[in-house]
Design a protein around this ligand. Structure first.
Ligand SMILES: [Zn+2]
Length: 270
């Protein structure tokens, strides 16, 4: 039974990862090593739903990133298959800047009915504002929203200023800047990302690292209407992340927007 404090909200998880069962264990362990963080669960659809059900999540944006170009087609097929089996999933496909045929990758994403694209410059090892990456953005601008990992103090691939450069060059690209626009680069994110049309933010994998006051300040700076709730599952459980989110002290109306309505507006889900 979902506790009353969550039941009053329609909750959408705007950032979750799933992997095929065969590799889910390894993929999850590898991400844990990459970030040097303990993972809450294993990135499988069944586990995702089990975790989200505890707080009554109604929909999940699910994605997975290709660390080499040849994985792209099978990852996209996998995400589409999971979406067919789980109507509560909204699938985002992926590609890779080194892909030999970006047009084919993007055509596949559209044919499969996936709703957007996910890129992770740090895993995929490309600068988010490089000419190779621009070849992707110019093809999806106005067509597919892009969820992009942002920030890491150890790497510069996805630095917030590079995310800002994407928006400068592709103002019509709907950009979802993960982790409040810059995991571990919170100051840089606040300097260069507020006030940009077509840029939205999720609060996933952020709230455990900064104070509630600072997180609330960042959300207000970006605009409550521009921010989405997300778990970054399997990194965190939904219960952990919703508790951290509710501790930010937004009004019920603001919570409603961040937990679901803003995301529906962005993806035109209703
Ligand atoms: Zn992610």
């Amino acid at each position: 039974m979902v506790p009353e404090k969550y039941r009053k909200y329609d909750i959408i998880d705007a950032h979750a990862h799933i992997f095929p069962e065969k590799i889910a264990e390894n993929a999850t362990v590898n991400i844990g090593h990459f970030y040097d963080l303990p993972m809450n669960s294993t990135g499988m659809s069944s586990k995702l739903i089990e975790s989200g059900s505890k707080i009554g999540v109604k929909k999940y944006l699910v994605c997975s990133t290709a660390t080499s170009p040849r994985q792209t087609a099978s990852i996209n097929s996998f995400i589409a298959k999971e979406c067919a089996e789980h109507p509560e999933f909204i699938g985002f496909g992926t590609t890779h800047p080194d892909s030999e045929d970006l047009d084919a990758d993007i055509a596949q994403i559209k044919e499969l009915g996936l709703k957007g694209m996910k890129l992770h410059p740090d895993f995929q090892k490309f600068n988010a504002d490089s000419p190779e990456a621009f070849r992707i953005y110019e093809r999806i601008e106005g067509e597919l929203p892009l969820l992009i990992h942002c920030g890491d103090h150890r790497y510069d691939f996805s630095a917030p200023r590079r995310i800002a450069a994407i928006n400068d060059n592709f103002p019509k690209l709907k950009l979802l800047a993960a982790h409040l626009g810059g995991y571990q680069r919170w100051d840089e994110a606040q300097q260069c990302l507020p006030g940009r049309e077509n840029v939205r933010f999720d609060v996933s994998s952020s709230l455990a690292f900064i104070s509630p006051e600072m997180a609330a300040h960042m959300v207000r700076k970006y605009g409550v209407e521009n921010c989405f709730f997300g778990s970054d599952f399997p990194m965190w459980s939904h219960e952990e992340e919703i508790e951290r989110f509710l501790a930010l002290g937004f009004t019920e109306e603001e919570n409603r927007r961040i937990l679901a309505e803003n995301f529906c507006d962005f993806l035109e889900l209703r």
